[in-house]
Write a protein that binds this ligand. Structure first.
Ligand code: GLU
Length: 380
């Protein structure tokens, strides 16, 4: 069965169990295979953001291999995990960079915590950076910034990139989140204990039954089905469908994009556009209004960004990163969007060409007052 909508942008989450292939260290072959599949998808015009685990495992192998710090490597405290993640992030990235270099693909590193996604400005920066990286054709490679993410790794001994991958999918309006697992998907009972267990091929709602078959968070570790199903619920409610599929089967990533057959498919319950509109409207705090001329108003309805040249006046006190309302001179509400300049800046750059922002302000945050990626136009 094909996906209901076309797939243009995806997030691929690959966990430690898949990367290590059941061993104590990350397998370069697995990394190379996943990179090759990502390159095939990119050739087909699909934008891919990779969320990778494996830093803690890499750090541990490095320490154990060095023989110098054998004692600290056996310390299971959070501090130690953060130390291991800091040590292992570079070798982990080195593997991805080498794999993508061989395919002539540039790799970018994004380290992020869940708190960053909740912060207004960090959210804007992360979203803009990842979307712009995708425009350059590079592959953004994301991992949790474990050194800063105390809350996330303290209670369960290891971080949760499943959850993070759902937040990233929401952040960049992905059409599909592919969670590569070491099992084929979600089963109606534990396939390791019950040989009769059957794969659930499609989930329309994450209800009590689905939660119960996913088990508890601690079963088979944090990377088990409970956290995957929880991530799937977050993603599907924000407009991203999810496929949990076996990352060890060759071709699984490419087939995840062309069909939703192999694995457990969670059909999104809303669209990206609707979800972004809801987000913007929920963030809208009535802080400011920008009034634009007819030219800008027409450009907005055609999908363009709002430039300072089209700005007639602004009112209210808003900061860079706030959600503001865009109105026509006649007072019609045209759009809501995240503004790149504060109300003070907006007054100074009102009506000017974008090329002149730098000379007027002495700094600039891009040519757009509101980028089209960060705006929802209200259809009349
Ligand atoms: N961020 C951790 C790492 O790179 C792993 C988190 C997870 O597996 O969910 O090792």
């Amino acid at each position: 069965m094909k996906h209901k909508q076309e797939i243009h942008r995806i997030v691929v989450k690959v966990g430690t169990n898949v990367l290590t292939d059941g061993t104590e260290s990350v397998s370069s072959d697995t990394v190379a295979n996943i990179a090759r599949e990502i390159e095939l998808l990119r050739r087909d015009g699909v934008q891919v953001v990779l969320v990778t685990s494996g830093a803690i495992t890499e750090g541990r192998s490095l320490l154990e291999g060095s023989g110098l710090y054998a004692q600290s490597s056996t310390d299971a405290s959070t501090t130690s995990k953060q130390v291991l993640a800091a040590l292992g992030q570079i070798p982990l990235m080195k593997r991805w960079v080498e794999a993508f270099d061989g395919l002539d693909i540039l790799t970018a590193q994004i380290l992020i915590t869940r708190r960053d996604v909740q912060d207004r400005l960090s959210y804007l920066h992360a979203r803009n950076t990842i979307l712009n990286l995708l425009e350059t054709g590079s592959v953004p490679v994301v991992n949790e910034n474990d050194v800063l993410a105390t809350d996330e790794i303290a209670d369960v001994n290891i971080g949760d990139n499943d959850h993070l991958s759902a937040l990233i999918a929401n952040l960049i309006d992905a059409d599909l989140l592919v969670i590569l697992s070491d099992v084929d998907g979600l089963y109606d009972s534990d396939p390791f204990l019950n040989p009769e267990a059957e794969l659930i091929s499609q989930v329309d709602h994450v209800d009590e039954y689905i939660l119960s078959v996913a088990g508890s968070a601690n079963e088979r570790g944090r990377g088990g089905m409970a956290s995957k199903v929880n991530a799937a619920r977050i993603a599907m409610e924000s407009g991203t469908s999810v496929l949990i599929t076996n990352g060890k089967s060759p071709g699984s990533l490419v087939s995840a994009v062309t069909s939703n057959e192999n694995g457990t498919y969670f059909q999104s319950t809303t669209t990206n556009v609707e979800s972004r509109r809801r987000y913007l409207l929920s963030e809208y705090a009535n802080r400011g209004v920008v009034v634009v001329d007819d030219g800008a108003s027409k450009a907005l309805s055609e999908g363009a960004s709002l430039l300072p040249v089209g700005l007639v006046q602004s009112s209210g006190a808003f900061e860079r990163g706030d959600v503001v309302e865009v109105r026509s001179e006649a007072g019609d509400r045209l759009a809501v969007g995240i503004i790149n300049y504060s109300s003070e800046d907006a007054k100074r750059i009102c009506g000017i060409q974008s090329e002149d922002i730098m000379s007027v302000l002495g700094y600039e945050y891009g040519h757009e007052l509101i980028h089209r990626n960060n705006m929802v136009v209200i259809s009349t």
